[in-house]
Structure formats: C-alpha cells, structure tokens
Design a protein around this ligand. Structure first.
Ligand code: ADP
Ligand code: ADP
Length: 224
C-alpha cells in the first residue's frame, strides 16, 4: 500500500526572482517503510517534507496520501488528513517549557477532545513503551536534548499516526543522543509499523533508514 505518492512534483518559490526548490519529483513511500531524505543544505529537503505532510502545496504535480489526491483539497480537509495520518517531529522539539513531558504528550489529544483520564493513560502508555516513563513529570528544561526529542516523538506517536515526518531530528544533538533518538524512530517503525520519513544531511544518521533518497538541486539523484 502506498502511503505517500508524489507525481511530477515541482515547487517554485518567488515571483520576480524564481527559485526552483523541487524539479519534477516522482517518489512513492510504502506502508511501514523507514526512509531518509538525504542531501546538502538548500537541496529541497524541507520543501519536500512539507509537501509530503500537506503543509505546503506543490506549484505543479500531484500528491496522494493513502491514494487520495490532496493538492485540490481546502485547508480544513488538509487539516483532517494531517490529524488522521501524520505526526510531525521538528529539529527544535517544539515542546512547551511550562508543561511537564506528559502534558506535552497529551496536547494532541486535548485538541481532539479526548477525556482527561484517557488522555493521561494514553500519554503514559506511549512514554512507557519508549522507555521514557521516568521522565513523565519532568519539565523540558530538566531534560537533555535527546530526551526532549524522544518526548516529542512520543507526542507525535500518541495519536497513532500512520506516518511520522521528521525534519532534521538530530541536527541539534551530539552523536550519542542522536543515536538514542534514531533508535526511538526504529522502535516506532518496528513495534507500531509507523511509516517513518526523516530528513537529514548526516550520512551516519541516514544509515538507520532502510531506503535513502538522495536529493540534489531539487531532483532525486539516486535511491539506494
Ligand atoms: P533544504 O531543506 O534541503 O535545506 P529547502 O527546501 O529549505 O532545502 O530549500 C530549497 C531551496 O528553496 C533553497 O534554495 C531555499 O533557499 C529555497 N527556499 C526555501 N523556502 C523558501 C521560501 N519560503 N521562499 C523562497 N525560497 C525558498
Ligand atoms: P526548518 O527545517 O526549515 O527550520 P521546521 O522544521 O521548523 O523548519 O518546520 C518545517 C515546516 O513545518 C515549516 O514549513 C513550518 O512552517 C512547519 N511547522 C513548524 N512547526 C509546525 C507546527 N507545530 N505545526 C504545523 N506546522 C509546523
């Protein structure tokens, strides 16, 4: 089953001065895959991920999520697609400092009106399954960068997304913490069959993925 499919996707930024960020990308991601998008700075990785995540639309081309063409959908419909299928993980964790780890993990469930008790149980379950139970009542400022990123992965997973999209999740971490973060993605991929797509410019980080898509100047250079 194809989870994400990009068909002849191009993205051009700007009006007067045009920048071709993506040039005719064709790419399919299958269910339960672990894919790394690799390439130098400015090659189009973030643009590609935001289009895969329906946060941005291509200038031309089509995007399918579970077979549904999404470029023609309005913002409400896109937001539903994201809520049903996609969890995001960012470079800077995006945790709320005044809330404990478990409260951060509960946030997506509050947005969905899940009752308080069920929310707490679900958040604790996912923290436990990722080996983060001991950190539940700590604030982000009391956690290492790697721990914060793993909490943000728990927050992405608490809604049982089919897909996790992560933009440079280890960019701000030393290699040891980066390793624990990548192992957490591997675990989600293995235990929950979550499709994982990560962007990285780090070749070592990319080795965790089963498939590597190399992009350069907005085109796919090779897939290995
Ligand atoms: P990467 O994630 O690989 O660093 P990006 O997708 O961020 O690459 O950027 C690809 C190209 O598009 C770069 O030349 C970048 O400067 C340009 N770009 C990205 N976002 C914008 C934007 N909002 N407006 C104009 N140009 C942009
Ligand atoms: P970059 O890698 O260029 O620094 P980020 O990783 O912060 O960018 O974000 C990637 C994309 O996701 C951006 O287009 C940004 O607007 C969007 N984004 C960032 N945070 C959120 C969020 N909490 N919810 C939805 N979209 C977000």
């Amino acid at each position: 089953m194809e989870v994400i499919k990009l068909e002849n996707v191009s993205k051009i930024y700007g009006n007067k001065v045009k920048v071709t960020a993506l040039n005719n990308i064709n790419l399919s991601i299958e269910e339960s895959e672990f894919v790394a998008i690799v390439g130098p700075s400015g090659s189009g990785k973030t643009t590609l991920l935001t289009i895969m995540g329906t946060l941005a639309k291509p200038t031309t081309g089509k995007v399918y999520i579970y077979g549904q063409e999404v470029t023609s959908l309005n913002d409400d419909a896109l937001s539903k697609i994201r809520n049903s299928y996609i969890g995001f993980v960012f470079q800077n964790y995006n945790l709320i400092d005044r809330m404990s780890a478990i409260e951060n993990v509960e946030l997506p469930l509050i947005a969905r009106n899940v009752p308080r008790k069920e929310r707490r149980e679900k958040a604790m379950d996912i923290l436990n399954s990722l080996g983060l139970g001991d950190l539940a009542y700590k604030k982000p400022t009391e956690l290492s960068g790697g721990q914060q990123q793993r909490v943000s992965i728990a927050r992405a997973l608490v809604q049982n997304p089919k897909i996790i999209l992560a933009d440079e999740p280890t960019a701000n971490l030393d290699s040891k913490s980066g390793e624990t973060v990548m192992k957490t993605f591997l675990q989600a991929n293995r235990d929950f069959k979550t499709t994982v797509v990560i962007i990285t410019h780090d070749q070592d980080v990319a080795t965790y993925a089963k498939r590597k898509v190399h992009i350069k100047d907005g085109t796919i250079e090779k897939i290995e």
